[in-house]
Design a binder for this molecule. Sequence first.
Ligand code: CA
Length: 720
Amino acid sequence: MRIVAGASLVVLAGLALMPAGLKAITLNVAPAPAAVDGKRLVNAASEPGNWMTHGGTYAEQRYANLDQITAGNVGRLGLAWAHDLDTNRGQEATPLVIDGTMYTTTAWSKVVALDAATGKVKWQYDPQVSKDRGHAACCDVVNRGVAAWGGMIFVGALDGRLIALDAATGKVKWSVVTFDQKQPYTITGAPRVVKGKVLIGNGGAELGVRGYITAYDALTGKKAWRFYTIPGDPAKGPDHEASDDVLKAKAGDSWFGKYWEAGGGGTVWDAIVYDAELDHLYIGVGNGSPWNHQIRSEGKGDNLFLSSVVALNPDTGKYLWHYQGTPGESWDFTQTQPIMLATLTIDGKPRKVLMQAPKNGFFYVIDRETGKLISAKGFVPQSWTTGVDPATGRPVETPDARFRTAAALVTPSALGAHNWHPMAFSPKTGLVYLPAQEVPFAYQTDPNYTHKQGAWNIAVIAALNAPPNNAAATRATRAILKGELLAWDPVAQKEVWRVQYDGPWNGGALATAGNLVFQGNAKGGFQAFDATNGKTVWGFEAQTGVMAGPISYMVGRTQYVAVMAGYGGAYPLSTGYPDGPERIAPNGRVLVFKLGGTAKLPPYKAPALAPANPPTGMFTPQQIARGGDVYEGNCGVCHGAGARSSGLVPDLRRSGALSDSGTWAAVVHGGILKDRGMVSFAKWFSKDDIEAVRAYVGVQAKFLATDEGAKLAATGSAGK
Ligand code: CA
C-alpha cells in the first residue's frame, strides 16, 4: 500500500490499532495531484494506467501496456468525451494522465487540467504570451506538453518562460525566463524532469540563435546547469557553463568563418530523454543557422554538435558522447526528432540501444553506452546520400546535394523524412511505428544573403519552392508529396508494413498491448491498425487534421485512448493546405475514447471564405519579381508559399488590405495588427519592398479569382 499525502492521521492511527493478521485495506483517499517523484518515473512501466512523462515512460517508447481494447473489440470504441479548445492553431501536445487527472497544453502555451474520466475542467492556465512572439515561431505557436513532479506541472511558454504550476490549482509557483527575449528564440517542446531538475531547450534556428539546454531545480526554479550545443563568438571567451570544456576540445575546430553572426543554430527543441539504466541524458540537436553551410561556415567543417545526439551527465550537464548524423548540415536536417530507448537482441546479444529517425531519412540504432553506431538505414528515398559508411558512421553524400554551384532538388528535406511527430515501439511485435514522409525541396544559395537580426535567415532561396500559378499544376506538384506510417523492424532495419497516405504531416503513433497502433492523419481521421499487419481496424472522423501523439490510460476499470486534434505546424503554415483550408476549422479539441463510448461531436461546418480581392492598380514586372523574392523568403513561412494560406493565418489573397496600398502599408510597415501577431516588417524592408509584396500577392489573388471563377462556372453555382 502506498501511503499518500492527504491520508488523514486519524485513519493512519486507526490502522495502527487494527489487530495483526487483518487483510491490508486500501485507503480510499484521492492521491495528491501530480504526486510524481523519481521512483515513480523510473518505475513508470509498473503503472500502465498512468502516463506520467512525455513519452509514457523515461524510455519514451509510447507503448501502453493495456489490453482492454484489442483488435477484436476496437469496433466498439467510441467517443467518451471531448474538450473544445479556443483556437484553430496547431495542437501538438502529448497529454499526461496522473491518478485520474489529465494535464495538457494547447497552442499559445496554455495549460488545462481535466478529469480524465469525464473531461470536466479542473483548472486552466494562460501564460498570456504576447502575440508578437508568434513571429519568432518558425513552425506555428504550438506546444508539445507539460512535465510533472512533486505536485507541480511545468510548461515552457513560447516567450521563453519556464513556469511551475501548482497541480491542484493551476496557480504559478515559480517562473524563470530561459532565454534572452530580445533574440528570436521560442519554446515549443515539452520539459522533462530528471532527478529533481526540470530540463528545457528552445527553438529559433531559422531566424538566427545559438542552441542550448538548461536544467533548473524543480522546487525553486534555480538554474543548475546549461549546455551550449555549439561554440559562441571566440572573442567573447568561454560561457562559464557545463559545455565549455567539450566545445573547446571537440567542437571549436569544426567551425569556420563568422558562424556566430547568425547564432549558428543547434537548438534543442524536442528530444530530451533520460536513460535511468545508465544515468545518461540524451538530447537531440537541431540544424545550423543559417541553414546554408557555405555561408555559415565557409563550406568547411563538421560544425559540432549540429544535427547530433549528445549524451550528457544529468547531474552536471557535462558531455559524455555524441553521434552526428549529418556533418556540415546544410538542409535544415535537425536531429532533434524523438529518441526512444530499448534493449534489442542484435547478433544474439542484448544491446542497450537508442533509436532515432531524424529528418535526414536514416533510421539509427545507436549503442547508448558508447554512442557508437550499430546500424543506419534509409527509411524513405534519399537523394542526398547513398548510405552510411559503417566504418566511420558518416553518410556518403551524392555529388550535387550541397547545391554549391547550382540549385539542387533534395529529398528528404527541411520538413523532414520524419519530424517531431512521435513514433512508438511495441515490445510485443518488436516493431517501431514511424510517421514518415517524402517531401523534396529545391535548395539554392541566396547570393544576396545578409543576416537580418530577428528575421528569417536561412541563406537559401525559398522562392524556388513556390507552387505554380495554376491549380492543375499545383495539384500535380502536391501529388509527389507523400506520407506513410511505417512499421519498421529496427534489428533487421527493414520495413514490415506500411499505411500509405497521399500527403505528409500525419499524426504521431501509439502502440498498445492490445496489439493496436493508433495514429491520426492530415485529413482528419484518427485510426487504429493491427500492430502485426497494419490492417485498419477502426476509424473516427475528427473534423480537423490530427498530428499529435495519442496516449492510453486507465481510470478505475476503464481503458481510455486520448489525442489532441487540431491541424497546424510547419507544413500547412508554409505550404498551405492541399485542398484549401477546409480542415483548418473547427477549433482544436481533446478527444478521448473508450469501449462503448457514445458521445458525439457537433456537426462539422466548413468555414466561410472571403472572395479573392486582387488590387486593380498596375505593377511593373520588376516590382512583382522583387515582391516574390521578399514574400517567399519572409512571409510564405506563415502565410503559405505562393500566398496559398492554410487558413491558420489570414489568406492574403482574400485580405481586405490587399486592394488598398495604404491599409497594406499600415499593417505590414506600420504594424497596426501587432497584437494579433502580425509584427511590423519596417526594420527589415522598405515601403517599396512592402508594396512590391502587395504586387506579388496581387498576382496570386488574380490566379485565385480565375480558379474560383472557373470552379463556379463549372458547377453552375455562380451568384450563389
Ligand atoms: Ca529547423
